[in-house]
Design a protein around this ligand. Sequence first.
Ligand SMILES: C[S@@+](CC[C@H](N)C(=O)[O-])C[C@H]1O[C@@H](n2cnc3c(N)ncnc32)[C@H](O)[C@@H]1O
Length: 258
Amino acid sequence: MIEFRISDAFVDSLARLTGAEQKAVKTTAFDLQMNPVNPGMQFHRIDKEVECLHSSKELLVMVDFLLNNAPEGCLVECGSYLGGSSAKLSLVAAATGRRLYVCDSFEGLPQTTGTDGDFSDAHSGSPHRFGAGDYAARREVVEANVRRSGNIEVCTFVQGFFSDSLPKLLRDGPIHPAFIFGDADLVGSTRDILRNLWPVLLAGGRFYTHDANLVEFCEGIMDGAFWQNDLGQSPPVLFGAGYGLGFQAGGIAYLQKR
Ligand SMILES: C[S@@+](CC[C@H](N)C(=O)[O-])C[C@H]1O[C@@H](n2cnc3c(N)ncnc32)[C@H](O)[C@@H]1O
């Protein structure tokens, strides 16, 4: 006997739809409940199988964009750690007919320069320190996690520090990202992502960061001189800077390409 629980939020949202839309949503919900593979629970399963450094809601606010507002185009993740976020994004990529590029050194963070990696939390002021080698996870381990928990068929793994690996990726052939997820902890690493991938991000596409709660990080990636010198434009708005995108998505902010 399966117990189905319907949330009040679901019922309220349903009531705002047209009759035809309600019918489509009910059919989809029923199909999900009856599917023995239980695809609706795959993210929970990944959370149990792979140590993830994001909260469920942080991932879901990005999935909401991918399912509802993103243009056609591939997904790029920069900073995979053990591959929990990669596995989840690979399922979304497969469900929406896209490719996912999983980019990482697979040997942790690079050497830092100056005060990079020395941050304070926007809410509590508490310090966050990141240094070389943090979050190292070998490529074989990441691939095994994505193979077991996600959809490895849609993934291309891009190994190396972003300053080398991203220019090489672009030299190997054009890519047209609709979505970039930067979860790299350092201003230097995130500037490498933006320097290389912002120019090829599609109009209407978004660059998301997982480090929005870190004051000096936000200042560093939104620096006017960096944007003018490296990207030839003024910095765009960082939606969610400091506070994230709602309850329990406090690390997530995004830039939208016009
Ligand atoms: C916080 S972890 C990613 C967490 C993961 N997205 C999750 O949600 O579980 C940061 C990752 O960024 C990678 N990284 C940071 N800077 C990098 C750089 N410059 N080049 C390549 N990888 C980098 C590290 O190797 C590490 O795997």
